[in-house]
Design a protein around this ligand. Structure first.
Ligand SMILES: NC(=O)C1=CN([C@@H]2O[C@H](COP(=O)(O)OP(=O)(O)OC[C@H]3O[C@@H](n4cnc5c(N)ncnc54)[C@H](O)[C@@H]3O)[C@@H](O)[C@H]2O)C=CC1
Ligand SMILES: O=C(O)C(=O)COP(=O)(O)O
Length: 528
């Protein structure tokens, strides 16, 4: 099977070598598609790679019948409908580190250009004007730089500005006073920052909560003559409010790399002489482009070849250490879910997963996702995956509980899955045996030892002499070979179960023949 990757924004050819070199991956770089053409084209592709230009809308995602992954060769994912991607089980990855340096350098270049009016002076000179009076700037040394957003880029900018002997005051919801002290910056609220700063630089993502974070009210609180740098996202600053603040003289200048609507060639802010601008060039260096393209290409190759991605956006990332601890359990968790979904006809209302033994200490959310995936797979088929499992369960009103327990029942690790339906609960438990792999060790109240793989037949019957023999005979008559058989009973002559692994999946006629036997209450055939 060959996977097809569509690259719809210009990506560094040197950076996409992991895709070009991968076997069974075909790459098309087509960078002039209209949104309508992309909606049409996406049907044929397994992966889509973009920068900030392509707007990956719900419609595009919905039309991507084969689409498995969207790679953002950069940081900001505000051009991708993440909700739609999650609903459709499409994983979104980005390249969070590759352009940090370039974006920070660009922000500094803009700050210095703003302070010294370099672009305006250059323009005048290009018009053959030797004007030295109009372009008197200010020093940044000793001035206060307000940094809003102290993530990767914000911190790099703060460090560089300290090199310019600026004082830094910063705000970030994750910045603690201790951390600020370590970084040698003052710490304050957004209000503290904007009140104290001579220059303000924005480094947050564009989110609901950061949209128009800097609005007319914020401008009012700033020092007269403040200068603003925005190399993050256009929508973070209310552009109308910025325009008014510049015209009123409150803001002395602004350096903008980003705009609410891009491309922004006709923008009213560009008519103001106090505004300098670049067309979203923060990440446009040879180094950054190569680096982000390499990172997303590797993740796309990893995903398409069955591996785990490094930089998921719509899935919590898992550290290498944690992955080493929990990855062996992924298979078991999914099979336990799958087992229960086959043996539960009623609508599942609640799922509780108990983790015990070695699993007591570790973060188990990825295992819970795998269990849910198993539980819903029968109804959603391949449409369900790590990305949308929890979402789809939630959408169907299924309550998910995760519990740690010290009760291991003698096993070094134990996962017990319990589902609640209208008429009661059903459970299955499994363990990972050292060197022997996954085992189902308990079904309902019965202890068993079954490899959760292949064709299984789960029979509820009455504990009577001959019941097991009759089942064997019927299966033999139907040409079904039994590989293993486990039996369990509540008490002599009472409720009992048989769990068989057989060489082929039972069809309706096989099940009917078994069900017609005396003392057989229920027969469930499953393929795990
Ligand atoms: N102009 C360009 O070409 C580029 C622009 N960017 C933009 O820069 C943004 C930041 O990039 P990174 O530093 O790599 O991301 P990051 O995720 O490392 O940092 C973002 C920081 O913003 C903080 N934040 C979130 N909400 C906030 C709020 N309400 N107030 C203050 N801080 C808040 C976060 O806690 C985080 O520390 C990206 O999301 C992207 O939009 C990134 C690269 C290039
Ligand atoms: O990485 C980001 O968030 C950027 O804004 C860079 O955008 P670009 O890939 O240059 O279109």
């Amino acid at each position: 099977m060959t996977f097809r990757v569509l690259i719809s924004d210009p990506l560094s050819e040197d950076g996409i070598f992991p895709l070009r070199e991968a076997e069974k991956i075909e790459v098309d770089m087509i960078t002039d598609l209209t949104p309508e053409q992309l909606v049409e084209k996406i049907k044929d592709y397994d992966a889509l790679l973009v920068r900030s230009q392509t707007k990956v809308t719900r419609e595009i995602i919905a039309q991507g019948e084969k689409l498995k992954i969207i790679g953002r060769a950069g940081v900001g994912v505000d051009n991708i409908d993440l909700e739609a991607a999650t609903e459709h089980g499409v994983i979104v990855v980005n390249a969070p580190d590759g352009n940090t340096n370039s974006a920070a350098e660009h922000s500094m270049a803009m700050l210095m250009s703003l302070a010294r009016k370099i672009p305006q002076a250059y323009n005048a000179l290009m018009q053959k004007k030797w004007d030295r009076k109009s372009y008197v700037g200010v020093e940044v040394k000793g001035k206060t730089l307000g940094v809003i957003g102290m993530g990767r880029i914000g911190r790099e900018v703060a460090m560089r500005a300290k090199g310019q002997r600026m004082k830094i005051i910063a705000y970030d919801p994750f910045l603690t006073e201790d951390k600020a002290e370590q970084l040698g910056v003052a710490y304050g609220s957004v209000e503290d920052v904007i009140k104290a700063a001579d220059f303000i630089t924005m480094h947050t993502p564009l989110l609901e909560e950061t949209k128009h974070l800097i609005d007319a009210k914020a401008f009012e609180k700033m020092k007269d003559g403040v200068q603003i740098v925005n190399c993050a996202r256009g929508g973070i600053i209310d552009e109308d409010a910025l325009y008014d603040a510049i015209v009123s003289g409150k803001v002395a200048g602004a350096a903008l790399d980003v705009f609410e609507e891009e491309p922004a060639t006709d923008h009213k802010l560009l008519e103001l002489p106090q505004v300098i601008a670049t067309p979203h060039l923060g990440a446009s260096t040879v180094e950054a482009q190569e680096s982000v393209a390499i990172d997303v290409s590797h993740d796309v190759v990893r995903l398409l070849t069955g591996g785990l991605v490094r930089n998921p956006v719509n899935l919590p990332s898992v550290s290498k250490d944690l992955m080493l601890k929990i990855e062996p359990y992924f298979y078991l968790a999914e099979k336990l879910g799958l087992f229960l979904t086959h043996s539960t006809e009623e609508v599942i209302e609640e799922i509780t997963i108990y983790y015990a033994g070695e699993l007591y200490e570790v973060e188990v959310t990825p295992l819970t996702r795998n269990t849910i995936k198993g539980l819903l797979k029968r109804h959603f088929g391949d449409h369900i995956n790590d990305v949308n499992a929890a979402y789809l369960a939630e959408q169907r009103g299924i309550v998910i509980n995760e519990q740690k327990t010290s009760t291991t029942k003698g096993f070094t690790n134990l996962i017990t899955v319990e589902v609640k339906t209208k008429s009661g609960t059903k459970t299955v438990a499994g363990t990972l045996l050292n060197g022997l792999g996954a085992r189902i060790v308990k079904v309902e109240e019965y202890s068993v030892d079954v490899v959760p793989e292949g064709h299984l037949v789960f029979i509820h019957h009455k504990d009577q002499p001959g019941a097991i023999g009759k089942v064997g005979s019927i299966l033999a008559e139907h040409d079904i070979n039994i590989a293993t058989m486990q039996v369990g009973r509540a008490g002599v002559g009472g409720e009992a179960i048989m769990l068989l692994t057989v060489d082929k999946l039972l069809d309706e006629a096989d099940i009917k023949a078994l069900t017609e036997l005396p003392d057989i209450n229920k027969v469930t055939a499953m393929n795990l």
